[in-house]
Design a protein around this ligand. Structure first.
Ligand SMILES: [Zn+2]
Ligand SMILES: [Zn+2]
Length: 454
């Protein structure tokens, strides 16, 4: 028997966790938290798993929607092995410690007695259980088990892995988050191209059609053009970015544009967690998914690092600069949200989005606001007129829906399980997959419902 159950809190993006049962052997893929929920409601369906019933927890990558619940799941399954790539271990360790700090500061603000869901000490006590595995090197999922596991580069961010599990010739591939194209510092995915029976696949961009003329190069030129205009009229650019992944990709992209003389050598300001994650990206220079192994981003890119002790609100505005600040969706109380107060009403400035923005987030609200209209970034701040230039660029770290479709067409699996997408994204794949895979069983899993795979 092989059986799949989604433990995610819902079908949308967030709190990813998937159970695979191979008879009595129980493997959980990912243990994430939900970015739009707080407290215990941000966790996956941990109650579906009896205490101590999991044999192994495998992490695809370090983003919190895949890793944020790991300490809680590990506590409830003290005998479970915990496995991930080396880069994922380094990056998720830093992100989990940071999330202890975030939860601690939210405890009073949100009146959540359960926060923090885990502590720094608990994370440290967990270290001896964290194991790493190299890419493309199969290993038994637990000692003596007949289930073998293999990691493949998934693109997306440093260390991201697709996870292949095999028992007696039956092979299941969990893509995690994938990107087939090369980015500035992250190599594209290299996934198995045959012999897979079941694919559990992300569908993030299922509702986004890509312009057929799109190339990353052309999009970089467009970004350069808009940066030039802002600098020329004496303003500054704010690019809200996720601290890990997007910050490093953007820094290297801007460095390349400067080297080619396409944008002026303006100082680039980063701060807080973005600095820490960039340092880790540099430390992980030689790892398989890292392009430009010898490039030390913090040294080679002209970066101004704001002291982490400096409160976000005190971050000084300078003209003719580029600010790459987290969070990417401009959540209230984050550096990008607070600093935006100095940008929004200034018509010389530019607010440039280079990553995903949930429509309900402050970033999403800005994108939906007409020029000159008021927008409120934080309930404690006054509404501000949107006078700066707003632009959106496509440098997504997720595979296009077309590339996923053609990958699945090559692979010809007998079952496809669609995860990690909003309703419209899942629906697009549900409608378009049957033409490519007429015989395949296509499943949009209901959380908590078991699906037999064999
Ligand atoms: Zn991710
Ligand atoms: Zn994700």
């Amino acid at each position: 028997m092989i059986r799949f159950t989604s433990l995610a809190a819902g079908k949308e993006i967030g709190a990813h966790a998937y159970l695979l049962e191979f008879d009595s052997l129980r493997v959980v893929l990912d243990a994430g938290t939900h970015p739009k929920r707080d407290g215990l409601a941000s966790l996956p369906r941990l109650g579906d798993l009896p205490f101590g019933s999991v044999d192994a927890i495998l992490l695809s990558h370090a983003h919190l929607d895949h890793s944020g619940a790991l300490p809680v799941m590990a506590r409830e399954h003290p005998g479970a092995r915990i496995l991930m790539s080396e880069a994922t271990r380094v990056l998720s360790d830093a992100l989990l410690h940071n999330s202890v700090n975030v939860m601690t500061s939210q405890r009073d603000e949100l009146r959540l007695a359960e926060y923090p869901l885990y502590t720094h000490r608990e994370l440290e006590r967990l270290y001896p259980r964290w194991e790493t595995a190299p890419m493309r090197s199969p290993f038994p999922v637990t000692d003596g088990a007949d289930v073998r596991c293999e990691f493949f580069e998934a693109g997306h961010i440093l260390g991201a892995s697709a996870i292949l599990l095999e028992r007696q010739g039956h092979r299941i591939l969990y893509t995690g988050d994938i990107h087939f194209e090369e980015q500035s510092v992250t190599r594209g995915a290299a996934l198995p191209t045959s012999g897979v029976d079941t694919v559990i696949v992300e569908t993030t961009r299922g509702n986004v059609a890509r312009d057929p003329d799109y190339t990353r190069e052309r999009e970089m030129d467009r970004l350069a053009g808009h940066i030039n205009e802002v600098i020329k009229r004496g303003g500054s650019v704010l690019a809200p970015v996720f601290a890990m992944g997007k910050t490093q990709e953007l820094l290297v992209m801007l460095h390349d544009l400067k080297q080619r003389g396409e944008i002026p050598d303006s100082p680039i300001h980063i701060g807080g967690l973005g600095t820490k994650m960039t340092r880790l990206y540099d430390m992980l220079g030689g790892r398989p998914s890292r392009l430009r192994p010898n490039m030390r981003i913090l040294e080679e890119v002209r970066i101004v690092i704001s002291s982490s002790k400096k409160r976000a609100g005190q971050m000084e505005y300078h003209p003719r600069c580029i600010y790459a600040l987290s969070s990417g969706m401009m959540s209230p109380k984050t550096v990008s949200n607070i600093f935006a107060r100095q940008i929004l009403e200034n018509e010389r400035c530019g607010l440039f989005f280079v990553g995903y923005a949930d429509p309900e987030s402050p970033a999403g609200r800005i994108l939906a606001t007409d020029p000159g209209q008021p927008v409120q970034l934080d309930p404690e701040d006054r509404p501000r007129a949107l006078r700066c230039e707003v632009q959106k660029f496509d440098f997504s770290g997720h595979a296009t829906r077309e590339s996923i479709l053609s990958y699945l067409e090559t692979l010809q699996p007998s079952t496809v399980i669609l995860v990690h997408g909003d309703e419209a994204a899942l629906a697009w794949f549900g409608q378009n997959l049957p033409a490519k895979l007429p015989k395949a069983r296509i499943v949009v899993p209901e959380p908590g419902t078991a699906y037999d795979l064999l």
